[in-house]
Design a binder for this molecule. Sequence first.
Ligand code: ADP
Ligand code: MG
Length: 681
Amino acid sequence: KASVMDGDELKDEMLMEAEEDSKPKSALEKLQEERKTLPIYPYREELLSAVRDHQVLIIVGETGSGKTTQIPQYLHEAGYTKVGMIGCTQPRRVAAMSVSARVSQELGVKLGHEVGYSIRFEDCTSEKTVLKYMTDGMLLREFLGEPDLASYSVIMVDEAHERTLSTDILFGLVKDVARFRPDLKLLISSATLDAEKFSDYFDSAPIFKIPGRRYPVEIHYTTAPEADYLDAAIVTALQIHVREPPGDVLIFLTGQEEIETAEEIMKQRTRGLGTKIAELIICPIYANLPTDLQAKIFEPTPEGARKVVLATNIAETSLTIHGIKYVIDPGFVKMKSYNPRTGMESLLVTPISKASANQRAGRSGRTGPGKCYRLYTAYNYQQDLEDNTVPEVQRTNLANVVLSLKSLGIHDLLNFDFMDPPPSEALLKALELLYALGALNKLGELTKVGRRMAEFPLDPMLSKMIVASEKYKCSEEVITIAAMLSIGNSIFYRPKDKQVHADTARMRFHEGNVGDHIALLKIYNDWKSCDYGSMWCFENYVQVRSMKRARDIRDQLEGLLERVEIEATSSLNDLEAIKKSITAGFFPHTGKLQKNGSYRTIKHSQTVYLHPSSGLAQMEPQPRWVVYHELVLTTKEYMRQVTELIPGWLVEIAPHYYQTKDVEDTSTKKMPRGKGHSAAS
Ligand code: ADP
Ligand code: MG
């Protein structure tokens, strides 16, 4: 049976093992020995002297060589933390949490003391903290309070090859800070070998290469394209399990839902086989997975068993998982895509780049020769995949960073020192949106509303919704909705054998077709009125953890309300006030019902559909005008989190954006329910 151990049990077990040896070793000693086996260790002194001699250093080393966990410790041991903290940024919050946990173990300290992490809505650091792992987005926010980063002696921008939006903006900011703070050390570390670009950008900074250990990886392609890559991945994993020698399997999937589906199917298929096959331990890992379950992927696989890790792109370079011998790569990733013409953004499952495919394959050859099963053809790989992933700055909505940069006093965005500049169209769109939201004035300067919005670590439309709630006297309700929207889609669970019960419980919050936003509010308030109880969650098929997270986020938003001097006011029964606040933030996201049951976005005439998970998907007749939180593209372009609105509000709330002719209701008769919209998968 698989045993799940917590840190202490693990230590005990290690201690017991140690006692059997002739000279007893503590768990800590063992960890110290392990540190010395990492590829980076022989380069410790050389690295430290390079840091001493150069202000900016580009560090390149393969995933697993020890960059993230070791370099900050080396610098700490060398005394850099006597004058300031060492900050190490990660593109993903799971990585920041997991790596800091590991480093605190290696140092034998409690997480949050000397070693801590800081991610949005969760600060696990203290006065004592000297090694701080954080998301790149958090360091960006720290700039707002401390533009010279005075509390840091070293900044390590890790996983630079990921080129996330925040990392790219950080490049420009830290490069500038380094100029007037000669005492600040800057490390840019990356897992890909094309470091020249980083070096060029940072005024020809030297490149420090850590030779990795790499074993040969055998690549297998499919002979024909796979129609259903999820099924193909599962079948491949099970074949490996019954046919191949020991070694763990890593499957790259695109998101939580897909991972949960795969887990479910794999469990079903292996259950039938009973003891005919060796034990298969299935470990999911994705951003919203609770911390205690995340740790499971690092536990050693018991003798005779095999582990299958179902991971998002997080396992491509951010996390190193031991013992992986087989990689299954369906060739897809979920990415944000942005249409600068319309300003519309959506999440999209897209083919990966060749660079990504090679990183993924490399994960199987870390501890010995590996095998990588690509669920696409060699021709696909050669002809269809792009060489590199387009940096996020070139494919995303820039409103958020433009607002941050404006708050930092950086006005001339067209001349900001981007490593790869975004399309100027996208910059203009961001300025336009911020202007429409009232965050910028006609001259492009930050307004009072904009300054308040910038205080919230949220997308500008959400921040605007909160700032607007002051006027409608419902800030209490609106921050609850913002918190609930921020936890993503992990509110309800739907056990296979109780789907009907779960759906009934869920629909109860939608009574009266109040819309998804108000339903989120009702869920939260219902839970609150039951003393934030777990029993309530259990009865309503709601995830306790998600609710606790929403509560944390809400507490912080409440604190920020006070900071921007918005009074906490409640209008629980005035749904119109709440919906108007939502509209004040999300008026660019509106749709009008079409005859066939689809919607057309009002400003850009794009066809979109109600997401089947929306409470309004059941409404008869369909709502004519809606405001939505976001678009997701699966089989169709779906609106997720949708509320009905009265078109007159748009002209009332955003007269600079909508004119009466945009929102005229031409037909007066009720529209029958369309056929086109319910077939969703
Ligand atoms: P890099 O940043 O160069 O990819 P890391 O510093 O992340 O390398 O990893 C170095 C080693 O530490 C790896 O062998 C990895 O397995 C181990 N490690 C990292 N995080 C954890 C963790 N949370 N639990 C156990 N081992 C870990
Ligand atoms: Mg790393």
